[in-house]
Design a protein around this ligand. Structure first.
Ligand code: MEV
Length: 414
């Protein structure tokens, strides 16, 4: 049986890592070559993805190992510029083995908002009386989605002030992120809503606060796997800090999003939409952490995450960007729901790793090696020099540009 537990993966040469990932995910020779090329987005595709293209902005793509999610071994591709995130996720996933994470997601229901100005006083009742007509008109815009079991399913209407109302079109977007389908439907039903309410429709757009498209993940960290009951208590206290203080909660949630965004970017998903949804959700009852951590009766650590995750596996960059396609293949997901479940588990793991590090040895120790390597590169170190300069700076306890330059000068003299 294949396993995402790959001891020493971080020490292997890139070629060896690619070989392992290729075998794990059943990648083709071309896909493996594309990974190795470090150049996955062709000019002609980039040129039609956005406007005024002049080049590509590349990010490193790493693989988080050790994940077991809903009993399945999973390698997680993560695209991110920040050191330690991939290592922290892998380490947190390792400590959760052999049980791993349990995750689930709701049906993929997105909200399309139609703002109505000056509607009649009985507008809300009238909208509900005409619900079937409004939904049919919405569904006439996307026969394919309806054939797949998706489409507009329900309506909500709310007064926002004496002269302003918002109508929510609830759309099951299946395996898409859904913005296109929802926006098209919202625009299509607006004239009918004007007729029904006597008002004027203004904005017609998706809401990124996707409260009906939630993903959850849970984990139990056995106390002995994470450094004892003392560490359990410290992580719980670290969580309590975030739940009591918005300044800490923002950073706590940022750490969660380190993991979630990295998977979103690797799979070509709209991470700004995910960020907006996550933070607005966190703020619904006063800004709170997106995870909770408790000590259970056995003295082990129980963690849970819940947040909106509007992610797709069809459409947009997920299907156009060759690297996003490879990353989805590595993840082995068949539905957007599965992708959301994995992302929730990664967010939870990332948060655990951060809290454990912060509550014990501090975050800087783990950052040092790659940080030192970065400084060495900035100082001009090449090839094998990078490691030598980085190690020397760590030994000296001085990770600075001037020190790196000095060491580099020394080793080049020899
Ligand atoms: C850094 O990118 C993320 C952390 O600040 C998260 C946290 O403080 O929980 C380490």
């Amino acid at each position: 049986m294949k396993s995402s537990r790959i001891p020493g993966f971080y020490k292997m040469p890139i070629e060896e890592r690619i070989k392992i990932v290729k075998e794990f995910a059943g990648l083709s020779d071309e896909e493996a070559e594309m990974l190795l090329s470090f150049n996955a987005l062709p000019k002609d595709i980039a040129d039609v993805m956005i406007e005024n293209v002049v080049s590509c902005m590349q990010l490193p793509l790493g693989i988080a190992t050790n994940f077991i999610i809903n009993g399945k071994e999973i390698l997680v591709p993560m695209a991110i510029e920040e050191t330690s995130v991939v290592a922290a996720a892998s380490n947190a996933a390792k400590m959760a083995r052999p049980d791993g994470f349990k995750a689930k997601a709701t049906e993929p229901i997105m909200i399309g908002q139609i703002q109505i100005l000056n509607p009649s006083k009985d507008a809300k009742e009238k909208i509900m009386e005409n619900k079937e007509d409004i939904l049919s008109l919405a569904n006439a815009q996307d026969k394919i989605l309806v054939d797949l079991g998706g489409g507009a399913k329900d309506l909500e209407a709310r007064w926002l002030s004496n002269d302003m109302m918002v109508v929510h079109l609830l759309v099951d977007v299946r395996d898409a992120m859904g913005a296109n389908a929802v926006n098209t439907m919202a625009e299509a039903v607006a004239p009918l809503l004007e007729k029904i309410t006597g008002g004027k429709a203004l904005l017609r757009i998706i809401s990124n606060l996707a409260i009906y498209r939630l993903a959850e993940a849970e984990v139990i960290y056995k106390k002995d796997a994470i450094g004892g009951e003392e560490v359990v208590d410290k992580v719980v206290k670290a969580y309590e800090f975030a739940s009591l203080d918005i300044f800490r909660a923002a950073t706590h949630n940022k750490g969660i999003m380190n993991g979630i965004d990295a998977v979103a970017i690797a799979t070509g998903n709209d991470w700004r939409a995910i960020e907006a949804g996550a933070h607005a959700y966190a703020a619904m009852n006063g800004y709170k952490p997106l995870t909770t951590w408790k000590k259970n009766d056995d003295g082990d650590l129980y963690g849970k995450i819940k947040l909106p995750l509007a992610v797709g596996i069809i459409g947009g960059a997920t299907k156009v960007h060759p690297m996003a396609k490879i990353c989805l293949k590595i993840l082995g997901v068949k539905t957007a729901k599965e992708l959301a479940e994995i992302m929730a588990a990664v967010g939870l793991a990332q948060n655990f790793a951060a809290l454990r590090a912060l509550a014990t040895k501090g975050i800087q120790a783990g950052h040092m090696k790659l940080h030192a390597q970065n400084i060495a590169v900035m100082a001009g170190a090449k090839g094998e020099e990078i490691d030598v300069v980085a190690k020397k700076m760590i030994e000296l306890g001085k990770i600075r540009m001037d020190v790196a330059q000095e060491i580099l000068k020394e080793i080049r003299k020899k």
